[in-house]
Design a protein around this ligand. Structure first.
Ligand SMILES: C[S@@+](CC[C@H](N)C(=O)[O-])C[C@H]1O[C@@H](n2cnc3c(N)ncnc32)[C@H](O)[C@@H]1O
Length: 246
């Protein structure tokens, strides 16, 4: 079952990639739009577990204070949605592919580590192919999570996902493949991980709206009911997030 959630203003809602912490709208509006998206996701099978808004703000404040972020396209709405999905799905094992400076990764992992933690996870692993970016991401994450439950590894996400032997309860995709591959790499990573995603497992793909032609085979795959029980395109900004549930 393939569905779409679209906020009325997704095309007008814009961020400055170099000032990711700048408030773009009244908090109540951000909360309401993310709540509307979550309602559609719950109908599609996401566990009906509300997230703690105060913890989400504590998480956001810690990231703003402690992370070095050269740029990001993760909007405040998307940051909140990622946190809320993880707070509901509570993945013991989460893999995030293509984490750049770590902001996308911690938007997911922050539901289990740091001041926004609302459950205990096992392994939360961010994968970044560029060693210097992986080092910066790892430095950022260590400032929030001294435990090491959340960590960043310099590796190719396709290879890493293929080698990872444990169940993958949540897979987050944001890699931009080299050599013209672009977001076409999402399907390679998903297929490398697919047999370890258990029933109830969640796969998130950033850029469901602006991923271009190369993301289409991935979207066709996750929207096929033989592969996922439900898939929702959450369009609350100009980037979008495809949320697929096994
Ligand atoms: C464009 S960034 C994602 C940024 C994120 N959307 C944001 O707005 O903050 C994509 C990252 O994927 C990484 N990447 C590309 N191919 C990869 C692969 N095969 N495995 C892991 N990371 C990869 C790139 O080095 C890059 O840092």
């Amino acid at each position: 079952m393939s569905q779409v959630f679209r906020s009325d203003d997704w095309q007008r809602y814009r961020m400055d990639w170099h000032h990711p912490h700048r408030q773009l709208e009244p908090p109540a509006k951000e909360i309401a739009i993310v709540d509307d998206a979550l309602a559609v996701l719950r109908q599609a099978g996401l566990p009906d577990v509300p997230y703690d808004r105060e913890k989400m703000l504590a998480h956001r404040a810690a990231v703003a204070e402690l992370f070095e972020i050269p740029w990001t396209a993760i909007t405040p709405r998307m940051e909140r949605l990622l946190y809320a999905i993880n707070a509901a799905a509570r993945p013991a094992h989460m893999i995030a592919a293509g984490v750049f400076c770590g902001f996308t990764f911690i938007s997911n992992a922050g539901a289990a580590v740091g001041p926004g933690a609302c459950y205990a996870a096992g392994q939360l692993i961010g994968i970044e192919i560029k060693p210097e970016e992986a080092q910066r991401a790892e430095r950022n994450v260590r400032r929030i999570d001294p435990t090491g439950v959340a960590r960043v590894v310099a590796a190719d996400a396709v290879e890493f996902a293929g080698r990872f032997r444990d169940p993958i309860h949540l897979l987050y995709l944001d890699a931009d493949g080299a050599g013209g591959k672009g977001k076409g790499i999402y399907l390679d990573i998903l297929q490398a991980a697919y047999d370890r995603i258990p029933p109830g497992g969640v796969v998130l793909a950033h850029n469901s709206v602006n991923g271009g032609n190369r993301i289409q085979p991935y979207l066709d795959f996750v929207r096929d009911e033989h592969h996922f029980g439900a898939s929702v395109n959450a369009v609350l900004d100009a980037e979008g997030l495809e949320v697929s549930m096994r």
